[in-house]
Design a protein around this ligand. Sequence first.
Ligand code: EPZ
Length: 418
Amino acid sequence: MERLLIRGGHRLQGTVQICGAKNAALPQIAASLLSAEPLTLTNMPDVVDVHTMVRLMTHYGVTSTRDSSSVTLKADGARNVEAPYDIVRRMRATLLVLGPLVARFGAARVSLPGGCAIGARPVDLHLKALAVLGATIDLDGGYIVAKAPNGLAGGRIVFGSPSIGATQTALMAATLAKGESEIMNAAREPEVVDLAACLAAMGAQIEGAGTHRIRVQGGQALHAGRHEIVPDRIEAGTYAIAAAITGGHLELTGARLEHLSAVGEALEAAGVRLWPTDRWLMVARDGALRGIDIVTEPYPGFPTDLQAQFMALMTIADGASMIRETVFENRFMHVPELGRLGANITLQGTSALVRGVKALKGAPVMATDLRASVCLVLAGLAAGGETAVSRIYHLDRGYEALDRKLVRCGADIRRVPE
Ligand code: EPZ
């Protein structure tokens, strides 16, 4: 295992290339199972979760070839086997193979994903979507057993609450379900829109992606496709906060401010300047930081995946900030770790009251999940002295070369064995 040693206090200056979105790449890799013809995905991020997903595909007999940031997946020889628990237990997103397997092969046996640090993360909405499309669903010894021997048929899926993953399961399955499907109360995130664009490149007929109502004309076999993965709005938001927390100035190449509107608003209210150009997003902070309140919500609201990072920023703001987490029930594991750096945070149910302090002080801290780990790196960039962040395997799951990118902008970070 490795850890990061960070000596804080350096204002970041420079350019950061934003990668393709991990959370867009994962469902699109699963979508390769929908067709016997090749799917080429470009702008693929080089992160552990993507490697895990590709490894799972090869387990199903999908061949993959990688050429720099482009991956071609071919599922002509795919076979419908059981996903090994050893791979599935590592990543909840492996559940995204369920819809494509049932749609393509008429059956699937996929391990229930364990819970995870940030919450129980049930799968009922995924299963409901497949049942509406005609699959029978049983649970057998920790496995989901889905069957549709006569194939899937179009139907009207109405989600009680928006779910990105369940919307993606429904979308992928509906492309091969005979007839028209409708997905009501669909998630509107850019990663859902990007999956729809990828499926359309494969020949799917989809309308309304990005709105609450998506319609799919399904049943035709999908053909070869090529798609460029959308830039990662969460990575971009993370680096915007890195500029803000160090009082620096970063140019985020490839970042799209329209995918970060709620975050941009919050950062500007806190005293950060953002200005988009046609190729990048400039972020700078040279004045005081103001404490402001935020509530995490489904898109286009403030994303839960940037809550921990924004909290790190608020720990050194003037005044107080109330941060309410409405998406996951346990996404405050970073709070005690921030406390070890001298942050003043009081938890009240699903809200955290952050009282800004003059400065944080470096200390050893431990990462618990992907976004909590990057929150601690951000706090370390601002803290006096040395901060040691351990268990950074969490970080490598979703951020490509984060420490190298920050060092290139003037951060003092070393990756050392634990
Ligand atoms: C996606 O997870 C992301 N993962 C998560 O990113 C992100 O935090 C989350 O969306 C919310 O934005 C990927 O895209 C691979 P949901 P997902 O289904 O799809 C409940 C990261 O850090 N729910 O939108 O699993 C669920 O418990 C990861 O990159 C059900 O009740 O999220 C949660 O409270 C962490 N039943 C809410 O919906 C279901 O069947 C939103 O979850 C499914 C979800």
